[in-house]
Design a protein around this ligand. Structure first.
Ligand code: NAP
Ligand code: GDD
Length: 361
């Protein structure tokens, strides 16, 4: 079914990508632009993926939900180059209408309640977005056009209390949070729709990936932003939870490339995407403070309230399959990532400080 052509034989996709012969002047018209729809386009990954797909010549549409204040800061620089569509993961009809209007070749389902601690305080909402939301998007594909290729943002959080080291596509899941449990559901419903309806639906099991666009509640950005504020004299302490937790941290810009490679592949296959190196939160903190010449031990305090009811102590992925079959490997290492984030926050805080000083005058 999923032949080695770019899209399945006999599907609408093949027609979209086959050069058509023009009636008069030029012998071969350029193929139409491939069209992608990204749910979660306002998030960290959505913004990098939108940029990347534009560079690849895609027409990019993004799903945004209605809010009284817009949160478009990560995609403001793409204004005029992408089209935003209003829909919500909670509202099936809005998703069906959006898919029907856009008629994409590919859907990247990145939207989710993605912050692990919130999944304990809002477990039902987390399952609605992060678990059932996936089925709603898959159902829209099933009803509107089964040739649409689908990417699901699965997570290393599904490995939770890890069953083997490092984790691969064959490692059993043992989620440790309502978020992780919801992602396991999203993962298996994607596999199930692939097997039940012959959809080109794949699941990327991505390990933690970060960037200067990371939300400030996640530990890497919490640290880089606090380091910059401390260095600029705006803050004197940084409160953290478990310093011993270890993660396999990569760069978001590298990881969105893997999503695209999965949908370009000739078979719908699930892949682990990771750097293969793990570091502790303590390593992260030390490196970040070192970057600005400060001793972290003078500033970091442990706040027991930030410890999780059930912790994922360590994660480390083996992305050999993606390296061999997709020719994917990360380009930015952990040290470069931390330096990039601290430097970006040093510039950001300098601008914020200058703005505050101007306001005070
Ligand atoms: P993020 O920055 O938190 O972005 C989440 C996106 O989902 C935002 O655009 C958000 O929109 C949207 N969203 C949330 N609820 C929605 C709803 N009900 N309807 C429509 N949109 C909704 O997350 P990220 O770091 O980019 O991650 C992208 C995806 O990959 C997520 O599914 C995450 O769980 C998964 N993942 C991330 C990592 C990682 O390390 N970053 C690793 C593995 C898997 P608003 O702007 O309106 O809030
Ligand atoms: N957020 C946060 N804040 N985490 C802290 C803190 C703190 O003050 N102190 C220690 N940590 C530890 C957490 O206990 C966890 O072990 C680790 O730092 C990483 O936490 P996060 O950055 O919040 O990320 P995460 O690993 O829980 O989840 C992220 O990665 C998943 C992939 O494994 C999110 O992006 C998920 O959406 C993603 O699926």
């Amino acid at each position: 079914m999923f032949a080695s052509s770019r899209y399945p034989v006999g599907s609408r996709k093949l027609k979209r990508f086959t050069p058509r012969f023009a009636l008069f002047s030029s012998p071969v018209a350029p193929p139409p632009m491939p069209r992608a729809l990204i749910t979660g386009i306002t998030g960290q990954d959505g913004s990098y993926l939108a940029e990347f797909l534009l560079e690849q010549g895609y027409e990019v549409h993004g799903m945004v939900r209605r809010a009284s204040t817009e949160s478009f800061e990560r995609i403001t620089h793409l204004a005029g180059r992408i089209t935003l569509r209003q829909a919500d993961l909670l509202d099936p009809l809005s998703i069906i209408n959006m898919v029907s209007d856009v008629r994409p070749d590919e859907i990247y389902n990145l939207a989710a309640q993605s912050f692990v601690p919130t999944s304990w305080s809002q477990p039902l909402l987390t399952s609605e977005y992060t678990a059932l939301g996936v089925t709603r998007v898959l159902e829209a594909i099933r009803l509107v056009d089964r040739s649409i290729r689908f990417y699901q943002a699965s997570s290393s959080e599904m490995f939770g209390r890890v069953q083997e080291e490092p984790q691969t596509e064959r490692t059993a899941f043992y989620p440790r949070s309502p978020y992780g449990v919801s992602k396991v559901y999203g993962h298996w419903i994607t596999v199930n729709y692939r097997e039940s309806y012959d959809l080109f639906a794949v699941s990327g099991i991505l390990f933690n990936h970060e960037s200067p666009r990371r939300g400030k509640e996640f530990v890497t950005r919490k640290v880089s932003y606090a380091v910059a504020r401390i260095k600029h004299g705006l803050q004197d302490k940084l409160r953290l939870g478990n310093l011993d937790a270890q993660r396999d941290w990569g760069y978001a810009g590298d990881f969105v490339r893997a999503m695209w490679l999965m949908l370009k592949h000739n078979q719908p296959v699930d892949y682990v995407i990771a750097t293969g190196k793990k570091h502790s939160v303590r390593d992260l903190v030390q490196l970040a403070f070192d970057r600005v010449g400060l001793d972290w031990q003078k500033y970091v305090e442990i706040d027991p309230q930030l410890l999780r009811p059930a912790e994922v102590n360590h994660l480390c992925g083996d992305a050999s399959k993606a390296r061999v079959e997709l020719d994917w490997s990360p380009r930015v290492n952990f040290e470069q990532l931390v330096a990039m984030m601290v430097d970006a926050d040093m510039s950001l805080v300098a601008r914020e400080k200058a703005g505050a000083d101007r306001m005070a005058q």
